[in-house]
Design a protein around this ligand. Structure first.
Ligand code: ASP
Length: 337
């Protein structure tokens, strides 16, 4: 009954044909393919697709793709995003390739493309993760320009508005109050909610997988707070034998279950991408109990067969799927609550 009701809800949006776990290709894997979180994923996928359609590497595709979102002032990813409670935009990002090489930056300020810095960490240092002033110092040494420390006009407005209502003190889960939901939407602008993160996973024509994830984190977070997005295994995980997954939503709860790694391991056990995402979401709900209704988490995943899927806690999450010049479309995430 419940399933039927959700089917009808999706049908009324004209999305039924794309709202299943993906496709089961009978023979060869569907590739190349790229998927990414939220509606901003459409533009990001388009950029990634240009790399993939020309035989390029999935790693290049997932970097190029999310750079579009990072550069967009119209989105809560990148320097135009909402600041922390002290008024500073701090960015987190990671990237992972088919050889389990990975790089990450977190608490990075004044750098436009954290994903590219994460890639440099991966390629040019013996480390996986750099944070804060060290990450910024590395970025500058690598030739990334230091951008001015100013809020975008929309973020400035949103921050001033937030300051009116909020006391400056570290209240755990203040984000869960009615006025400031912790999960993805953080700013109302031009009549539409924006989102804080883009996670992208792709398989190239050679059948190799890579992924990226980049975010400004939760709007008005405590200074120094990191979510799941820069953490390999939480916000992103790639295993070239199995598949790749990424997450969005309340990062604390994704970290608690090593979410993206869990999704990939579930696919290794034979679950489809959609079912693996669903099981990870169910685990969060089991842990949170009746507090699960206050948060949103969404996972998306692809496997080596080019099947894709996504699942979230509650209605409102979508993701973009692209596997041909004329196939770049939004899928409504199925949800549990
Ligand atoms: N996962 C991100 C974080 O917790 C936020 C988001 O995806 O909206 O920082």
């Amino acid at each position: 009954m419940l399933h039927r009701r959700r089917f009808l809800q999706l049908g009324s949006l004209g999305l039924t044909s794309f709202s299943f776990a993906g496709f089961r290709s009978a023979g060869a894997a569907r590739k190349p393919i790229v998927i990414s979180t939220w509606d901003t994923g459409i533009a990001a996928n388009a950029a990634a697709w240009q790399v993939l359609r020309n035989g390029g590497r999935a790693l290049d595709a997932v970097e190029k793709g999310v750079m579009v979102t990072e550069a967009s002032q119209n989105c809560c990813v990148g320097l135009g995003a909402n600041p922390d409670r002290d008024g500073f935009v701090t960015l987190d990002s990671c990237i992972m390739d088919e050889h389990a090489n990975c790089g990450s930056v977190a608490f990075l300020e004044r750098i436009k493309h954290p994903v590219s810095v994460a890639r440099r960490v991966m390629e040019k240092t013996p480390h996986v993760m750099l944070v804060g002033s060290g990450a910024q110092q590395f970025a500058v040494a690598e030739g990334f320009p230091l951008e001015p420390q100013v809020l975008s006009p929309e973020a400035d407005k949103a921050y001033k508005n937030w300051l009116l209502k909020s006391e400056y003190k570290p209240v755990i889960n203040i984000e869960n109050s009615k006025n400031q939901t912790a999960y993805a939407p953080t700013r109302f602008e031009n009549g539409e909610w924006n989102h804080d993160t883009i996670g992208m996973v792709a398989m190239d024509a050679q059948g190799n997988l890579s992924g990226s994830c980049t975010t400004s984190g939760m709007g008005f977070k405590m200074r120094g707070r990191l979510g799941d997005s820069p953490i390999i295994g939480a916000g992103l995980f790639v295993d070239n034998e199995v598949g790749a997954a990424t997450a969005t939503g309340q990062g604390e709860d994704v970290i608690r279950i090593c979410g993206s790694h869990l999704v990939v391991e579930l696919m290794r056990q034979g679950h489809s991408p959609e079912n693996a995402c669903k099981k990870a979401v169910e685990r969060i709900i089991r842990i949170k109990g009746n507090k699960a209704k206050d948060i949103q988490v969404g996972f998306i995943a692809i496997n080596k067969q080019g099947e894709y899927g996504g699942y979230c806690i509650q209605k409102g999450f979508n993701f973009a799927v692209c596997y041909a010049d004329d196939k770049n479309f939004l899928v409504d995430g199925k949800y549990i609550l």
